[in-house]
Design a protein around this ligand. Structure first.
Ligand SMILES: [Fe+2]
Length: 209
C-alpha cells in the first residue's frame, strides 16, 4: 500500500467521507479493509476532534529527534510555491486535562518534505503558531515522506504560556510502515479524511498539567 503521500485525492473524491473506510479506499491494493484511525479504543487519540469528545488522557511525549531547529518563523502555512506532495490541512485544539481549551499555547511544527528530507539549513517546512482563544490551531502543509527507519510523521512542540513543553510526533493511519517504526505510537494517530484539495487531519493535544 502506498503511503499517504502517494494518495490521489482527486481520483478518490467520490469516496470522500467520514467513514472509517476512507483510507482503505485511498490506499488501494489491500486485500482486506484497513480502518482509518478513528474509532478503535486501542488506536484512539486522547481526544476525538470530530465528535468534540475529550478523554483527558495526556498526549504521549516522544523524542525530539535530531532535526529540531529553534527560531522557526511564525506562520500557519508551510506550503511554498512549487512544493511537491499531497496537501494536508491539519487542525485541532490544545486542551487541559480537564478538557478546557488552552489559549495562547505555542505550537512549533517541523517535518520532512514529501521525499523524506529535512531542511536543516533553512526553515522549509518549519513554523510556529499560537492557539486562538478557543484553543484551536490550524496548519497547512504537505504529507511528509518516509525516510530510513521512520514512517510518515510530523514533529511538534506544544508549550502553554508559562508551562512546560510537550514534545511529540503525529502519525498517519493506514501507513504500513507504522508497524515497523519502533517510535510509532497509535495514540498519536491523526484522524484523516480525503478532501478535494488533498487530505484533512485533526488532532487534539491534551497537556499534562
Ligand atoms: Fe523526523
Amino acid at each position: 500500500m502506498p503511503p499517504a503521500s502517494k494518495l490521489n485525492p482527486g481520483r478518490l473524491r467520490p469516496l470522500v467521507i467520514v467513514s472509517a473506510i476512507v483510507l482503505l479506499a485511498a490506499c488501494g491494493g489491500q486485500a482486506s479493509p484497513r480502518p482509518v484511525a478513528t474509532s478503535s479504543p486501542a488506536t484512539a487519540s486522547a481526544t476525538n476532534e470530530a465528535s468534540g469528545q475529550c478523554s483527558g488522557q495526556p498526549t504521549p511525549a516522544q523524542t525530539e529527534g535530531p532535526y529540531f531547529k529553534p527560531g522557526s518563523p511564525m506562520r500557519t502555512s508551510l506550503v511554498e510555491p512549487g512544493m511537491a506532495g499531497t496537501r494536508l490541512a491539519l487542525s485541532g485544539r490544545v486542551l487541559s486535562r480537564d478538557c478546557r481549551p488552552i489559549a495562547g499555547a505555542r505550537l512549533d511544527f517541523w517535518q520532512a518534505d514529501a521525499s523524506g528530507s529535512y531542511d536543516n539549513a533553512g526553515y522549509r517546512l518549519r513554523g510556529n503558531q499560537t492557539t486562538r482563544s478557543d484553543g484551536r490551531y490550524a496548519l497547512d502543509t504537505v504529507v511528509p515522506g518516509e525516510y530510513p527507519g521512520r514512517t510518515e510523521h510530523i514533529h511538534v512542540k506544544v508549550q502553554p504560556a508559562g508551562g512546560g513543553t510537550l514534545t511529540t510526533q503525529l502519525y498517519f493511519p493506514g501507513v504500513s510502515r507504522n508497524q515497523q517504526d519502533s517510535i510509532f505510537d497509535p495514540r498519536l494517530l491523526l484522524t484523516v479524511e480525503v478532501a478535494a484539495s488533498g487530505l484533512t487531519a485533526t488532532y487534539d493535544f491534551v497537556l499534562n498539567g
